[in-house]
Design a protein around this ligand. Sequence first.
Ligand SMILES: NC(=O)c1ccc[n+]([C@@H]2O[C@H](COP(=O)([O-])OP(=O)(O)OC[C@H]3O[C@@H](n4cnc5c(N)ncnc54)[C@H](O)[C@@H]3O)[C@@H](O)[C@H]2O)c1
Length: 394
Amino acid sequence: MKVWLIGAYGIVSTTAMVGAKALERGIVDKTGLVSELPPFKKISEYVPLKFEFGGHDIRPLPTAYDAIMEHWESNRHFDREILDAVGDELKKIKACKGTALNCGEGIRELGRVETLEDEGLTLREIVDRIEKDIKGFADDETVVINVASTEPLPKFSEKYHTTIEGFEEMLDNDVKEYATASMLYAYVALKLGLPYGNFTPSVGSSLPALKQLAEEKGVPHAGNDGKTGETLVKTTLAPMFAYRNLKILGWMSYNILGDYDGKVLSHRENKESKVISKDKVLEKIMGYSPYTITEIEYFPSLVDNKTAFDFIHFQGFLGTKMKFYFIWDGIDAIVAAPLILDIARFLLFAKKKGISGVVKEMAFFFKSPMETDVINTHEQFVMLKDWFEKLAEV
Ligand SMILES: NC(=O)c1ccc[n+]([C@@H]2O[C@H](COP(=O)([O-])OP(=O)(O)OC[C@H]3O[C@@H](n4cnc5c(N)ncnc54)[C@H](O)[C@@H]3O)[C@@H](O)[C@H]2O)c1
């Protein structure tokens, strides 16, 4: 299959590329891939583990190889031999220039940036260019995934965001104020009939107008915001308190991370989307709102080695208060990259099975899954498994 990555030069994207190529050569094992677990065995009949990559980015680097070299030099997040074995494959991947419309101040942290809007293009011209780039790569087995930096919350417009007719009007009248990059990419993917996955908290295809477009075009889509680290642990652990009827009084989550992601998120408006995405989960699992503190702070020397400190204050029998602490020391790109391949495979599988609209059964992969309140990781896994098994039988 082919995967078009928005943010193709990022650490998650390039690590996914390295991993996919290394898997193809059989030089690494399949640890970390959900789609390779026994319940999903049949997926290889529909979507083999073989990927070609293309994408958009706003950093003018020569190829994906230059991008992964930069990430690898600062993180050394996997064995150098793996990179050497597949490096030539990444030299063939060159990202097209993308848009960073209304992506906020945080984008400046990425260094030299070149965008379509710098060329003075209108909204319609921007989407036409994105469409031309994707069409030049895509076939019937292509999925688009947004792995670009997190953008700020968009300025919402009833007129332009609720129906696809309104959205088209926004494009035709060049109303840039209400458009953000992620919605423009999502619009093009869905318009072309390509399944779309949103690994970021950015709005992407969750706009009502774009949900309508996906239904009309019969395209599956899923998001938002990959569930990979602290939120994964939180939504796996919180059900334990619920099952044992222990009352969570307060939950503090303090995340520190470096790298480009951390730099961009150190900007208040970019961070806002992420904090909302991480903060909402407890209320949905517990049915009440415990007191929460959710912080994300930039910590340069950690680069991609994100650390999360969580403190949980809870109440048990006889009103007695107790404490629980955990520390998650994850390497962000390593926990995220295999999920990019999983999401791409499940979305293409969904398309092959004629599924359209939001695939809520893929909630398992996301912090803020669309159109479902199932946040409990255990329930999400069962939901994914049941959905897959039922469809695979047909
Ligand atoms: N575990 C994880 O790493 C994890 C989990 C959930 C979500 N995410 C999200 O995934 C995204 C990527 O994370 P990362 O660590 O790879 O970040 P990164 O900063 O390494 O990569 C982002 C890439 O996107 C590019 N970019 C930024 N804005 C763009 C735009 N408008 N169009 C095209 N390209 C653009 C940047 O130039 C960069 O190459 C972030 O939004 C992050 O919050 C990551």
